[in-house]
Design a protein around this ligand. Sequence first.
Ligand SMILES: CC(C)(COP(=O)(O)OP(=O)(O)OC[C@H]1O[C@@H](n2cnc3c(N)ncnc32)[C@H](O)[C@@H]1OP(=O)(O)O)[C@@H](O)C(=O)NCCC(=O)NCCS
Length: 186
Amino acid sequence: MSNSKLEGRFTTERLVLRAFQESDTERYLELSNDVRVQPFITNEYIVPMGKKGLEKIRNIVNEALFVAIIETKTGEWVGLTVLLPTTPKNRDVMFGIVLSPDHWNKGYGTEVTRWMVDYAFQWLAMHRVSLGVYELNERAIDLYKRVGFVEEGRKRKSNWVDGRWTDIISMGILEDEWRTQKVGDT
Ligand SMILES: CC(C)(COP(=O)(O)OP(=O)(O)OC[C@H]1O[C@@H](n2cnc3c(N)ncnc32)[C@H](O)[C@@H]1OP(=O)(O)O)[C@@H](O)C(=O)NCCC(=O)NCCS
């Protein structure tokens, strides 16, 4: 996390997190419309999104405390990651990440999530990082556990997916859990 914020970019071991540009909106819409991705990022109807989708993306970007496009160091577009504010008083932020399927299972999700959690505590002075994940998204759940998130609750049978009811899971990591983990790492 050593590079200057003024450059509008940060780097992890293998990736660059750079500022979201207007031209990323369509690219991200295309990714959100991918049938391999959409059921993991919305509990609404799984339908092709057009103009409304663009509006939604712009709203997320405008509301975000932190939003970045993820690229490889050679400039390949990988995905998006975001921290959305909840109640400022409670220093609680919602984490999100979406990667293009051709970049899954390379460890990028783990690398970015670790960086974002570090950033939220170390630089944004958060007290907790929260997220919501759908029961069928095993790859994401395993990743979050690996990074130190714990399950905090389940909204049972609240999401209709491909012919059956599934749970929506809340997960979180607290500042002191993150700190303990950091001490263990050194
Ligand atoms: C969920 C998501 C972010 C996970 O990202 P990812 O980059 O595919 O995840 P990772 O590669 O870090 O971890 C997945 C597996 O790859 C393995 N892996 C492969 N290469 C690796 C490497 N070089 N380094 C570390 N892990 C590696 C990991 O061990 C892990 O294996 P396991 O969990 O099966 O044991 C991504 O798949 C995605 O964007 N999905 C669609 C949108 C989505 O679901 N977003 C989250 C909504 S809550």
